[in-house]
Design a protein around this ligand. Structure first.
Ligand code: NAP
Length: 250
């Protein structure tokens, strides 16, 4: 018996990176996990297999986010496998790396469509499925609170919008006993940060130095914070922005 036994979780973008870490953690602790993916079905199946190998239960659902109708398509897929939901983790996200002088409207629209519009409409169309005492956890970024990487401005803006979403949604869902929070990772080693961390010989060390702990974070370290909020111990935390940056903002 795990702490999430009997609960169902949906983690978007769980084929790789932080989302995979969260899905595996919730699965290990007993949740039945919907492993959402966009393009990497094989990787999503690997996440499902890893959860099952650890004694858990999971299924994969594939829907490309950032397109009209994406959220409704996601719930249609979800409903084929499960009846109701306890934990929703809006994790899927993309970055932007071009400075304001170079970014075009297409890239700007895309990063907002995937990082802001998709989680908004996933909740919009899915909140009736969330059971009393449920959890919504939006994966934000330390960059919504620091300007250390201004070339990622559009991306940082999407995370700022997500934080406002978490704050206001907490009031909408609170009377049903559902908490809503943003979890903001610092630099975590994933495919997303591969270029940043391997740009040159000193790149990894420079990234590590940003954190008070002097290292780059691991996906499991974000998953631990999510698991806390998703668990009973997180029941009185809502509308919050939870720093999971390893002290990168100090
Ligand atoms: P990642 O390794 O690039 O993985 C991204 C995940 O999101 C994949 O599972 C991918 O699915 C899914 N995804 C991306 N775009 C999608 C789309 N259009 N439709 C459907 N699925 C899509 O990223 P990560 O580093 O784990 O980041 C996860 C979250 O943490 C993001 O919201 C990111 O902004 C945030 N974050 C990351 C860091 C960091 O340092 N890594 C720091 C702060 C915040 P497929 O591969 O199947 O397409």
């Amino acid at each position: 018996m795990g702490v999430f036994t009997g609960r169902t979780a949906l983690v978007t973008g769980a084929s790789r990176g932080i989302g995979r870490g969260i899905a595996e953690r919730l699965g290990r602790d007993g949740a039945r996990v919907a492993v959402h993916y966009g393009r990497n079905e094989t990787a999503a199946k690997e996440t499902v297999a890893a959860i099952e190998a650890a004694g858990g239960s999971a299924f994969a659902i594939g829907v490309e986010l950032g397109l009209p109708g994406d959220a409704e398509a996601l719930w249609e897929e979800f409903d084929r496998h499960a009846d109701g939901l306890d934990i929703l983790v809006n994790n899927a996200g993309i970055g932007n790396t071009r400075p304001i002088a170079e970014i075009d409207e297409r890239e700007y629209d895309r990063v907002f469509a995937v990082n802001v519009k998709a989680p908004f409409f996933i909740v919009r169309h899915g909140m009736t499925r969330l059971r009393e005492g449920g959890r919504v956890i939006n994966i934000s970024s330390g960059l919504s609170r620091t300007a250390i990487m201004p070339d990622n401005m559009a991306y940082a803006m999407t995370k700022g919008a997500l934080d406002v979403f978490s704050r206001d949604l907490s009031k909408v869902l609170g009377r049903r006993g559902i908490t809503v929070n943003s979890v903001a990772p610092g630099i975590i080693a994933t495919d997303n940060t591969h270029e940043l961390l391997h740009a040159d010989e000193g790149a990894w060390a420079r990234a590590a130095a940003i954190s008070a702990l002097g290292r780059v974070g691991e996906t499991a370290e974000v998953a631990d914070v999510v698991a806390f909020l998703a668990g009973d111990g997180g029941r009185w935390v809502t509308g919050s922005w939870v720093d999971a940056t390893g002290g990168s903002l100090t």
